[in-house]
Design a protein around this ligand. Structure first.
Ligand SMILES: NC(=O)c1ccc[n+]([C@@H]2O[C@H](COP(=O)([O-])OP(=O)(O)OC[C@H]3O[C@@H](n4cnc5c(N)ncnc54)[C@H](O)[C@@H]3O)[C@@H](O)[C@H]2O)c1
Ligand SMILES: [Fe+2]
Length: 380
């Protein structure tokens, strides 16, 4: 038998303006009576819950709200959420928010019947073998267009003991349905529109050039990049442009579907920037991606040239790097790690942590610890 590859794209997705009003119907399909809404205070403050709550009420479903989730979530957020789930007698998780609440929502459902310490489930250590289908159901409603966590199988959390952003991964963590409504992202401020959009772009781009044979992921990643190129500046300039918001939500969802093929060095560089210096994940990607593309040029030149052209630049790896830098500045993002407040003295520790991170395993060009250090240097 030759090498086997596993391909799957299974989530039920309800997409469109007004989709959030289907939340009650989707919850009923799952047999739920009482939901725990997992979200954060920013999302609650943005007023996006109203239509969702109306829909639950209409379906005769009761709920309580857990909103103690940090950007760059920590273990405590998960443990507190599990307690809230048990104490409220919930039978369904409804995660509403950006990647942070969606990831915590997945890990709360994991924690309900899985009692090992969270660190044991670390994907980098084969922790998925402990994860069974014994998890309560979950609906996912994204309010940012970046992580695509609503269709992904992973939850990312910073583990206390190692202070590492840790990926917990299992098909059993896939949401039972994703409800994707552009209205929910209407009020997302320009900075987060830009930064989360860069996360979506990074997922598509890293997946497109990642090692491995996955033609479906490649096709989805390519279309995702095309959607980002078409819509990110419109969504940034006018938050109420719902066609652009919808385009970015599609790109975000497609990025997460595509990166089942693998990510790359940029995500390994980004993770420690968030756990050590609390940089927003998308911003961390935006700062490192041009240097990573330049580093990958010698092995992934043809694909990077295609991306350069998609992004409106020259059809060459150099054109891709320049197009990314130009896009970043048109979106008002800072242009280097120094400007983002990262101290140069931390670079050795960051390089050690980035090397421990699993994502660079599928980078098209293998990376040593010193390569990763040089990529941080090049991103200052
Ligand atoms: N599971 C995955 O596959 C995956 C992939 C990439 C990133 N991540 C993780 O996701 C997290 C980042 O998620 P994110 O980029 O979506 O950011 P986030 O969830 O941390 O949200 C960023 C900020 O935007 C606010 N916000 C969200 N939606 C809003 C809205 N509609 N209106 C106004 N404010 C709103 C939030 O309150 C928060 O302050 C990180 O922890 C990252 O590691 C996970
Ligand atoms: Fe990401």
């Amino acid at each position: 038998m030759g090498d086997l590859t596993y391909w799957s794209f299974p989530t039920r997705i309800v997409f469109g303006i007004g989709a959030a009003e289907q939340t009650g119907v989707e919850a009923t399909r799952l047999g739920a009576k009482r939901a725990l809404i997992v979200t954060d205070k920013g999302v609650v403050g943005a007023g996006v819950l109203g239509g969702i709550e109306r829909s639950l009420r209409g379906a005769g479903i009761t709920w309580s709200i857990f909103d103690d989730v940090l950007g760059n979530p920590i273990e405590k957020n998960v443990h507190d959420g599990v307690r809230a789930f048990r104490e409220s007698g919930a039978d369904l998780v409804i995660a509403i928010g950006g990647g942070s609440p969606l990831d915590v929502g997945k890990l709360v459902r994991l924690g309900v019947n899985h009692t090992r310490p969270l660190a044991d489930y670390d994907d980098a250590k084969g922790g998925d073998r402990y994860i069974t289908s014994n998890v309560p159901p979950m609906l996912a409603l994204p309010t940012t267009a970046g992580t695509g966590s609503e269709v992904g199988r992973s939850g990312v959390v910073t583990i206390d003991a190692t202070h590492r952003k840790t990926v917990i991964f299992s098909p059993h963590l896939l949401a039972n349905a994703a409800i994707i409504d552009p209205e929910l992202t209407r009020g997302l401020p320009p900075f987060f529109t830009a930064a989360t959009g860069f996360d979506a772009l990074t997922h598509c781009l890293e997946a497109y050039v990642a090692r491995g044979d996955h033609p479906m992921a490649d096709g989805i990643a390519f279309e995702g990049i095309r959607l980002v190129a078409r819509y990110i500046e419109r969504a940034y300039a006018r938050g109420d442009d719902l066609e652009a918001r919808g385009g970015m939500l599609k790109a975000s969802m497609m990025g997460a579907v595509a990166f089942q093929k693998g990510l790359g060095a940029c995500h390994s560089l980004a993770h420690p920037l968030s756990s050590e210096h609390n940089l927003h994940h998308g911003l961390a990607n935006a700062l490192c991606l041009p240097a990573v593309c330049a580093f990958n040029a010698e092995v992934a030149g043809a694909r990077l040239a295609e991306v350069g052209a998609l992004l409106g630049g020259e059809a060459s790896p150099r054109g891709c790097v320049d197009a990314l830098r130009n896009l970043r500045s048109r979106l008002g993002l800072v242009s280097g790690l120094g400007e983002a407040g990262v101290p140069r003295e931390s670079i050795d520790k960051l390089a050690d942590l980035a090397f421990e991170d699993a994502c660079h395993g599928s980078n098209p060009r293998p990376c040593s610890r010193d390569d990763l250090r040089a990529l941080y240097e090049a991103s200052f």
